[in-house]
Design a binder for this molecule. Structure first.
Ligand code: SAM
Length: 275
């Protein structure tokens, strides 16, 4: 009989944030696949659980997926954990879940702490609908595209970020979010947990050398503001419209695409104007 793959959430700080079911599953499985085995060992020691550990992280995800699948096909039950929070969410695990399902292996989620949900529920921002982006891309072009999405997003937006990149990310957000409220949810569930609120500009002024872990929450854009901006931009000449995006560092192809979208016309029409 095939084994079962459990995707187990672990605490994001406070070790008491582990569910009774997670403890039961960690005790039950034959193997625990962990992002960082030394890190997970500390949690297992705290819970008095002793199990064989296999490392499974983003740099060995491809090779280790095959290994885990073979073990599951062999009848072993495996729990997958990440360093903190819910695996798969901006963490390794997605690949093994996909391949396990392709092999008709049962995959069972064991829910628990997740930084984005923990941050959102006490932020006071609209939680009816939200857009989770995870880490912003580092690649310049992809990052610009994602920032543009954030600029036009009317739902609450949630980002993950490493502490040494918080200021740089706030600098990028400053350009597009202007007066929108941003909340930094810091060190959630830990002793120094705090929510820091302000515009991107205010937060940059207040933070110096950010340490600890942060989730960034951004108030969604107001539809009326977006409509007004669109109206203003569409009253420009096409040349001015082009220059507006050029200043933002966009490439010609993308600028044409955006102008066509703003003006609700085909790209060809915009190209013709240029010729
Ligand atoms: N899969 C995990 C989850 O969803 O809970 C997140 C893993 S991701 C690699 C790590 C990022 O999650 C950090 O850079 C930070 O943005 C956020 N994070 C994790 N723990 C946190 C905490 N205790 N307080 C604030 N942010 C946290």
């Amino acid at each position: 009989m095939k084994g079962e793959l459990f995707i187990v959430a672990t605490p994001i700080g406070n070790l008491e944030d582990i569910t009774l079911r997670a403890i039961k599953v960690l005790n039950y499985v034959d193997i625990i696949a962990a992002e960082d085995t030394r890190h997970t060992l500390k949690l297992l020691n705290h819970l008095n659980i002793s199990k064989p550990l296999i490392s499974y992280h983003r740099h060995n995800e491809d090779i280790k997926t095959e290994d885990l699948i073979n073990k599951l096909l062999d009848g072993k039950n495996i729990a997958l954990v990440s360093d903190a929070g819910t695996p798969v969410i901006s963490d390794p695990g997605g690949e093994v879940v996909k391949v396990a399902l392709e092999n008709e292996i049962k995959v069972t989620p064991i829910p628990g702490a997740c930084a984005l949900i923990t941050a959102l529920i006490a932020s006071g921002l609209d939680a009816k609908e939200f857009a989770f982006i995870g880490f912003l891309p580092l690649n310049k072009k992809n990052r610009k595209e994602k920032l543009e999405e954030i600029k036009n997003e009317t739902k609450t937006i949630i980002l993950y970020e490493a502490p040494h990149k918080i200021i740089k990310t706030l600098e990028d957000l400053k350009e597009i979010t202007k007066n929108r409220t941003i909340i930094l949810a810091k060190e959630l569930t830990k002793i120094h947990e705090s929510y820091i609120k302000g515009t991107a500009e205010e937060l940059i002024d207040r933070l110096n050398e950010p340490k600890g872990e942060y989730v960034i929450l951004i108030q969604g854009a107001q539809k009326s503001t977006l409509d007004k901006e669109k109206e203003e931009i569409n009253s420009l000449t096409i040349k001015e419209h082009y220059e507006y995006y050029e200043k933002q560092g966009l490439e010609k192809k993308d600028i044409i695409k955006k102008i066509a979208k703003d003006r609700n016309v085909s790209k060809n029409e915009i190209y013709k104007e240029f010729i």
